[in-house]
Design a protein around this ligand. Structure first.
Ligand code: PLP
Length: 379
């Protein structure tokens, strides 16, 4: 089935009790049993909910996976993956990733005795070198937030598979429209559904997708035991978002490309981070594993004084100054003080994330209007 058909029909069956074409919002905490232990497959809504079930089936379909699980946020989905591990186990993670993931690993899980090694995963040899007998999981993000670094998922899977190390990929930036890590050998795909899957900046949610039934059992057990499940209304919103994912992503990619090229020609702009440039170090891999280059980009100004970046950040009108990404409306962000403030400054600078970096989530408004807004702000 082609993407457009898949995204619209994934997980959606007419409601068996009424024929409603859209999955109803089953706003209930429990289900009446006809006799003790006799139920229709639903006992208590932390464990099962029909709206969530429809969404979880949709998540599996759109990532070419066998199973999907929905969580109350992206970080709750990541949290569930790390809970597969035991004290003493080690994780190899990217040194340039979402600040909240780094915070979860260092501030929450390290104290439970799980070890994390951060490496530059764009060179897969760094992963190979960091593996020890204790390594149980490799955690990747590609493209990364906010520097748009690219890691070769298939090359990493070729290292982890024979060693029976799980490979998990945060696929939030690409979305399933552009990249499907399970097809490239990953064991688990993670999404902040808050971003492109929801697509309208009106919900917080996370997702995991996998092929292995044992892994699904373990993660489902964690989901119901720890309880970070999304409510049925939020599941409905993400199900609805998925129906237009392909149309929105096409527009995000088109606008992203137009604005990346425009910024690059602007005399006051320094470096533009966008994986669609042929001289981007990850271009060849991005071209191989992604269908297009997405709507996220970052840039610096030639005069990279922090004040200068701050002036641009507070001068746009269409681009709203806010955290998050992946909605239909454009956002502008200052990673150093906003999304990535939880990463210590020295660590940030060491990994190339400077104080004057500006990140854009390009929405699907008219590109001419977005350019006029940036032109006005950059001056
Ligand atoms: C937002 C984000 C997360 C965290 O997801 P929440 O839904 O905010 O919990 C994880 N990874 C990436 C790449 C993100 O952008």
């Amino acid at each position: 089935m082609k993407a457009a058909t898949k995204f619209i029909h994934a997980g959606t069956e007419p409601d068996p009790s009424t024929g409603a074409i859209m999955t109803p919002i089953y706003q209930t905490s429990t289900y009446v049993q006809s006799a003790p232990g006799k139920n229709q497959g639903y006992e208590y809504a932390r464990s099962q909910n029909p709206t969530r079930k429809a969404l979880e089936e949709a998540l599996a379909v759109i990532e070419n996976g066998a199973y999907g699980l929905a969580f109350s946020s992206g970080v709750a989905a990541t949290d569930a993956v790390i809970k597969l591990l035991q004290p003493g186990d080690e994780v190899i993670a990217a040194n340039d990733m979402y600040g909240g993931t780094y915070r979860l690993f260092t501030k929450i899980f390290e104290k439970f005795g799980i070890g994390f090694r951060y490496v530059d995963t764009t060179n897969v040899q760094n992963i190979e070198k960091a593996i020890t007998p204790k390594t149980k999981l490799v955690w990747l993000e590609t493209p990364t937030n906010p520097l748009m670094n690219i890691t070769d998922i298939a090359a990493v899977a070729a290292i982890t598979k024979p060693k029976k190390i799980w490979l998990a990929v945060d696929n939030t930036f690409a979305s399933p429209y552009l990249q499907n890590p399970l097809d490239l050998g990953a064991d688990i795909v993670m999404h902040s559904s808050t971003k492109y899957l929801g697509g309208h900046s009106d919900v917080i949610q996370g997702a995991l997708i996998m092929n292995d039934s044992l892994l699904r059992e373990q993660l489902y057990f964690i989901q119901k035991s720890c309880g970070a499940v999304p409510g049925p209304m939020d599941c409905f919103l993400v199900l609805r978002g998925i129906k237009t994912l392909h149309v929105r992503m096409k527009a995000h990619c088109e606008n992203g490309k137009t604005i990346a090229h425009w910024l690059r020609k602007h005399p006051k702009v320094g470096k533009v981070y966008w994986p669609g440039f042929e001289d981007h170090p990850g271009y060849a891999v991005a071209k191989k594993q992604m269908r297009d280059f997405g709507g996220m980009l970052s840039f610096t100004l030639k005069d990279d004084a922090v004040d200068n970046a701050m002036r641009v950040l507070s001068s746009t009108h269409l681009f709203s100054l806010a955290e998050s990404l992946g909605g239909v409306e454009s956002l502008i962000n200052h990673p150093a003080s906003m999304t990535h403030a939880s990463i210590p400054r020295e660590e940030r600078i060491k990994n190339g994330l400077g104080d004057s970096l500006i990140r854009l989530s390009i929405g699907i408004e008219d590109a001419d209007d977005l350019i006029a807004d940036l032109q006005h702000a950059i001056g």
